[in-house]
Ligand binder design. Structure first.
Ligand code: CUK
Ligand code: CUA
Length: 638
């Protein structure tokens, strides 16, 4: 372990110790507490002002909370099976979790990002990355359902993702791990110079459909985070990279040898043009592309092979490296597009780069070519300013749209507010404890809303009643409308939120879907009235087209099923009203229940193992006669 790391570990321990010992962020009394309470109070029946979408980290999902209350409104299943709704268990949704490696029922979701038009949040979709088996998902903000998942071939550890460009032209997916490209059997310690770091560019069509357009086959560094340029820097993407030593083992000694790592500045417009004109080379690469169809209420998974790959050397003036203090993490662009903030997590300073200076240096050919032929600009020619020693362990920066930036410091456990352009520190507030990301609703768009900031903390410790060895991660809400940040409240989150995206509620709430039109249901096994309910047999497959309405199933007595049959239970919810799902479960099924929304059809498979008369019931308390919503299946011997 080198000196810096020892120092940082010591400080981390000290911070946690000190923070836990003096609980100054929480115990407010009297008038102060009541003025804070007023700011987060949402009266019964009233709505929150903002939606906040938290990534679930290792839960694989997104949780939705209201701000300022912090009340949890929903969990949206994305990359993980979710028994609460049957997502990933029902026949219709299982294909969403298909990959080129087979069915992968779990994911690690880090960075949600809301679609934009002209650099402002438009509230159509939210995108989120999966870090482990590299994928990107698109979730509708009308239905709050996952509509599409695309896998990324030849990539590993999709961390620098999913950030959207100003008109949702592209989202990116940077590979956190350098890997052999194409994958092959080779000695790990021969990594240097052999591994690659492909950056994927996924284009978004008008209807939201994702298309893996090209991959930039970068030198084999670890590409950690990214942000698109905006306003004047629209057309560019910036990525932080670490382990530019290309060490195959990242024990500290190896990983931080170089004094500086790189930010990769990529002119994606130029590359897209190059690809449009036939540039690039098609290489093999298997990936699944899963799309959910709202009419049939069914997902289909298509396996694809092949992707256009670009060697950065082949597109002149499109890819540059800029040195940054070692092991950077966050890479954030301010609302004007002029400043790019790189956070070196082993550094105490924040380096802010100037887009204009970068352009001038490129124009003047003020660069040297590195070992892999990618031009490297100089730190001195591109730096706009340095925020000197604002804290320890800078990670992520967001903006309030009033010329201020807010950076999280993991090691010194605080958020620091500083001024763009003068680099002076204006305020600092402790977080409890060890903040990772922060989020200001709209904070990575041209127009941040600038009223609240949420700190997502990695360590919870004593903030809540103890719940055994594991505590939920904790978020903290700050009022940032004044000169000084004011900590208003703590609220628990689910899984590990790495990042969140927030939007003013009025932009999306009136477009929220209330139910699905039964008349538009094109599911092949839908029964759109009780008259259409039926049981059909095809060999040992039994299909039951069943309806659900308050408070019965049709049919509710099923006979003629035998041990060894495969029974497909297709449930159609006939309700045409808001918030009246019905559930379905049957004894001994090795799947979860399913929750069927009004107008939808969903299917589970039941393979009866024993003779008898077996009950099923509705799992969602839907009316006064909910308990009466039940039925039986008679199962006979073979
Ligand atoms: S993050 Cu994914 S390791 Cu700082 Cu954006 Cu938490
Ligand atoms: Cu339907 Cu309970």
């Amino acid at each position: 372990m080198n000196k810096i790391c020892k120092y940082i570990l010591a400080i981390t321990a000290l911070t946690i110790f000190v923070s836990c010992g003096n609980n100054n962020g929480g115990n407010n009394s009297g008038a102060l507490a009541s003025s804070k309470a007023e700011k987060v109070y949402v009266a019964p029946g009233e709505h929150d002002e903002y939606y906040a979408f938290f990534s679930g980290g290792y839960s694989g999902n997104i949780t939705v909370a209201g701000l300022p209350s912090g009340r949890m409104l929903k969990e949206i299943p994305v990359f993980s099976q979710f028994p609460t709704s049957g997502y990933g268990y029902s026949e219709e949704t299982k294909p969403m979790l298909n990959t080129s490696f087979g069915f992968v029922p779990w994911g690690d979701a880090h960075h949600p990002d809301i679609s934009q038009t002209n650099g402002e949040l438009d509230g159509r979709w939210i995108f989120i990355n999966e870090n482990n088996t590299p994928r990107i998902a698109r979730v509708s903000l009308a239905t709050f359902e996952t509509e599409e998942i695309i896998e990324l071939p030849n990539s590993a550890g999709n961390h620098a993702s999913s950030f959207v460009t100003e008109n949702t032209e592209y989202i990116v997916a940077g590979t956190r791990f350098a890997v052999p490209n194409p994958q092959r059997d080779m000695p790990i310690n021969e990594m240097k110079g052999q591994f690659k770091g492909p950056l994927s560019f996924v284009s978004i069509a008008e209807n939201g459909r994702m298309n893996l357009e090209f991959q930039l086959n970068m030198p084999g560094f670890n590409y950690d985070l990214a942000h698109p340029g905006r306003h004047k820097s629209h057309g560019w993407f910036f990525f932080t990279s670490y382990n530019t030593e290309e060490a195959n083992t990242l024990m500290e000694v190896n990983a931080s040898q170089n004094d500086k790592d790189y930010i990769a500045a990529v002119n994606w417009q130029k590359i897209a043009e190059y690809v449009k004109n036939g540039g690039g080379k098609r290489v093999p690469g298997k990936y699944a592309h899963n799309v959910y169809d709202e009419k049939t209420h069914t997902a289909t998974s298509t396996m694809k092979d092949g992707v256009i790959t670009i060697d950065p050397k082949d597109v002149e003036g499109a890819v540059f490296y800029i040195p940054i203090p070692k092991s950077p993490h966050g890479c954030d662009v301010d609302p004007s597009g002029e400043y790019i903030i790189g956070s070196g997590k082993l550094s105490t300073d924040l380096s802010v780069y100037s887009f204009e200076k970068i352009q001038t240096a490129i124009k003047n050919k003020d660069f040297v070519a590195d070992a892999y032929g990618v031009p490297v600009l100089s730190y001195e020619n591109t730096i706009a300013g340095v925020v000197a020693q604002p804290g320890l362990g800078p990670l992520h920066t967001e903006f309030d749209g009033k010329g201020n930036a807010y950076t999280t410091f993991f090691i010194s456990s605080e958020v620091v507010k500083w001024k763009l352009g003068t680099w002076e520190v204006l305020d600092r507030q402790p977080t409890f404890y060890s903040v990772g990301h922060l989020m200001i609703p709209g904070g990575n768009s041209r127009k941040p809303f600038g009223k609240y900031m949420v700190a997502m903390n990695k360590i919870t410790k004593d903030r809540y009643l103890p719940t055994g060895p594991e505590l939920e991660h904790s978020a903290q809400l700050y009022d940032i409308s004044g000169d000084k940040m004011e900590l208003l409240s703590d609220f628990p989150t689910h899984g590990e939120p790495h990042y969140a995206a927030g939007i003013r509620a009025d932009i999306i709430k009136d477009k929220s879907k209330k139910y699905y039109e039964l008349s538009e249901n094109e599911h092949p096994y839908a029964a759109k009235s009780e008259g259409e309910a039926k049981v059909t047999r095809n060999g040992n497959e039994v299909h039951v087209n069943m309806t659900m309405i308050r408070s019965h199933f049709a049919p509710d007595n099923i006979e003629g099923v035998k041990v060894g049959d495969k029974v497909y239970l297709h449930l159609t919810n006939l309700e045409q009203d808001f918030d009246v799902p019905h559930g379905f479960s049957i004894i001994g099924a090795n799947t979860s229940e399913i929750l069927v929304m009004p107008g939808q059809t969903k299917t589970i498979i039941w393979e009866p193992k024993r003779e008898g008369v077996w009950p099923f019931y509705c799992t969602d308390f839907c009316s006064a006669l909910h308990q009466e919503m039940q039925g039986y299946v008679r199962v006979s011997g073979k």
